[in-house]
Structure formats: structure tokens, C-alpha cells
Write a protein that binds this ligand. Structure first.
Ligand SMILES: [Zn+2]
Length: 311
């Protein structure tokens, strides 16, 4: 139980303290609702969203509802600053935090991500990092058979998953492409501060193979539009036993094409054929760029994760 007037007075005092004077979820000034289970002061609009998180959030009006002593104490010991430190500990830099004027879908997903799915609390696990660090997009018009065909790859359950999309409006598809690059680039800048502004290179790709110069990965596919790469090979620096040789190894004959390239890694050799000398030359240039490019911190992470997978 509690003294109604005294408790209301305490709550109104709490509302003036620091971050409590703005809605914990959208920043609206002078919130007059609170989630007493989470311990945050929120605006009327956000309290409506909190009502749908029944197992997690319980809301009360500061002005209209009766507050028990222990609930007031809960608000006093928690509050918006404490909640932000906990629930927003690891909000990725690209993640859009909604403002008061934003639409409901943005606010609702923000609130659910924070409190229901706890996407941003405490230590970021490898799993949580991977959607951005492993996300990439490349235009593949030939492979997809559409001038605006975009291939999006990301890591799912330890494997590279591919998605193929196209849009009749070129601007839209390029905007998507740039949005993915921007998110990825910002991630790399923060997680791996050595990444320079010019380092974001277009992957070199041709049909069944994709060479991601940035990530030093060669992906190969059984069929051009397979959702999963059949395999991934890390291409390290020439000093560490990686090499590229023009031609097929002795005794190996190309199936349809006889121009070949052999890629040597410390573990094994990969052989593939090219349709003409132009194709061959382009592949060699692209591979050389990778094997002579110094390894950066991120490369060792990629290498370690691919080696783990191959075991
Ligand atoms: Zn709000």
C-alpha cells in the first residue's frame, strides 16, 4: 500500500531527474506514463505499444493510476538512464532510433527489439554481429538475367546465404545497394578501425564464382542461382602460402574451356576454367590484387571463421 499523494509527489520529482524528463523510447518531453516492470518513464503513445508486450511491460499513468510504495521504489531505483545503459548498450550505429514524430512501425519495432528481443543488451555475441559484418551486395545482371539484378549475401547458421532481388526502377535498386554498403561500411569502420575510406571494393564476379576482394573470399556455386554457396575459400596473402598460377595443372583437362587458373592455398589447390583470354586476364588481375594486398585485422577473423567451418 502507499500514501496516494505522497507517492504521486515522489513520481513527479523523479520525472524531473535527468533522462526521466523525456520518453525513454521516443524522446517526447514530459512523459506522463511509466512501465513499472521495466522501470522507464514513457509517453502516452509509447505506453500504447508497451501494452502489447504483456509479459514484459506493465504500464500505469503517473496522474491517473494508484501507485504502491514498492512500484514507486522500482521507478526510483531504475529510471530511463539505467534502462538505456542496459537495453541500449549495443545499438548498432546504423540502427535508426525513432523520434516522437515517426510512424508506429518504427517505434513498435524499436520497443520490441529493445525489451522483448533484447537485441541490444550487454555483450554483443558473434551471432549478433554477423548480420552486418557478413552482409554484402553485388550487382549480378548476367547471373540473375535482369539488368537490375542484385545479389545479397549474408551469413546464416555459419553458411553464406544468397538472395537475388531486382527492381524495375534502377534508382530504387541502387539505393538499396548503397544502403547495404553504408551499413556494412559503418560497421567495419567501428569494429575494425583500420578500414580506410577507399577500401570498399566491388567484388569481382563471374557466373558461378564470386571473388569478394574486400573479404578475400572466393565463393563457388553449383548452379548460378543457388541460395547457398557450395564452398568458400579464404584467399590470404602470398607470404602465407597463397598463390595464383595461370594454366591447368599437368594432367588436368578443361571440360569445355581449356584456359585455366590454379589457386593454391596452404590446404589445397582449386582449379577453374575461363571462357576466353579476356576472362582469364581479369580473374588473374583480381586474384593478384587479393594475394598482394596486406592482411588486416578483419581478414584474420574471416580466415579463422572459414577454417572453423571447413573442419
Ligand atoms: Zn514515446
Amino acid at each position: 500500500m502507499g500514501d496516494r499523494d505522497r507517492n504521486k509527489k515522489i513520481l513527479l520529482e523523479l520525472l524531473k531527474e535527468g533522462e526521466n524528463s523525456r520518453c525513454a523510447d521516443c524522446g517526447t518531453a514530459d512523459p506522463d506514463w511509466a512501465s513499472y516492470t521495466i522501470g522507464v518513464f514513457i509517453c502516452l503513445n509509447c505506453s500504447g505499444i508497451h501494452r502489447n508486450l504483456s509479459g514484459i511491460s506493465r504500464v500505469k499513468s503517473i496522474w491517473l493510476d494508484f501507485w504502491d510504495d514498492d512500484l514507486v521504489e522500482q521507478m526510483r531505483t531504475h529510471g530511463n538512464w539505467m534502462a538505456r545503459k542496459h537495453y541500449e548498450a549495443n545499438v548498432p550505429p546504423f540502427y535508426y532510433k525513432p523520434q516522437a514524430s515517426d510512424c508506429v512501425v518504427l517505434k513498435e519495432q524499436w520497443i520490441r527489439a529493445k525489451y522483448e528481443r533484447e537485441e541490444f543488451t550487454d555483450i554483443v555475441t558473434e551471432q549478433r554481429e554477423s548480420p552486418i559484418s557478413e552482409l554484402n551486395a553485388t550487382f549480378q545482371p548476367e547471373k540473375i538475367g535482369n539488368p537490375n539484378g542484385l545479389q545479397i549475401t549474408y551469413l546464416k547458421d555459419g553458411r553464406t546465404r544468397c538472395m537475388f532481388v531486382y527492381h524495375k526502377n534502377g534508382k530504387d535498386i541502387v539505393d538499396w545497394f548503397n544502403a547495404i554498403r553504408a551499413a556494412r561500411f559503418r560497421y567495419l569502420k567501428i569494429a575494425f578501425p583500420t578500414t580506410s575510406d577507399t577500401e570498399q571494393k566491388e567484388p569481382f564476379k563471374r557466373r558461378w564464382f564470386t571473388l569478394d576482394i574486400q573479404d578475400r573470399k572466393l565463393l563457388y556455386f553449383k548452379e548460378p542461382l543457388d541460395a547457398y554457396a557450395q564452398g568458400e575459400v579464404f584467399i590470404g596473402h602470398s607470404e602465407y602460402g597463397y598463390n595464383i598460377l595461370e594454366g591447368l595443372p599437368p594432367g588436368v583437362k578443361g571440360n569445355k574451356w581449356n584456359l585455366g587458373i590454379t589457386i593454391e592455398t596452404p590446404e589445397r589447390k582449386f582449379v577453374f576454367t575461363c571462357k576466353d583470354t579476356q576472362d582469364l586476364k581479369e580473374w588473374i588481375v583480381a586474384f593478384k590484387e587479393v594475394i598482394f594486398k596486406p592482411m588486416c585485422l578483419q581478414d584474420y577473423t574471416v580466415e579463422a571463421s572459414l577454417r572453423r567451418k571447413q573442419r
